[in-house]
Design a protein around this ligand. Structure first.
Ligand code: 9UX
Length: 72
């Protein structure tokens, strides 16, 4: 069963940054659909908690070289 979480992202400076992050999130286990919004400095991710959760998603964004936090 899918869940959805929003993340704030820092450090994106061009559209290719957003595309890189989308690609990196969409290949994760359990991630169905990730969309990154450059202007809003945010990401919306649909995931299966059996595969990945907000913690793993934040780690993946950081691994790609950006700052990330779960949006409250
Ligand atoms: Mo654009 Mo982002 O040339 O790391 S891809 S700045």
């Amino acid at each position: 069963d899918g869940r959805k979480a929003a993340f704030s992202i820092t450090g994106m400076t061009c559209a290719a940054c957003a595309a890189r992050i989308e690609k990196g999130l969409n290949k994760m286990d359990g991630v169905y659909n990730a969309t990154v919004n450059l202007a809003m400095e945010s990401a919306s991710v649909e995931y299966n908690p059996a595969g990945s959760g907000p913690k793993e998603i934040v780690s993946q964004i950081e691994k790609l070289g950006y700052g990330a936090a779960v949006k409250k």
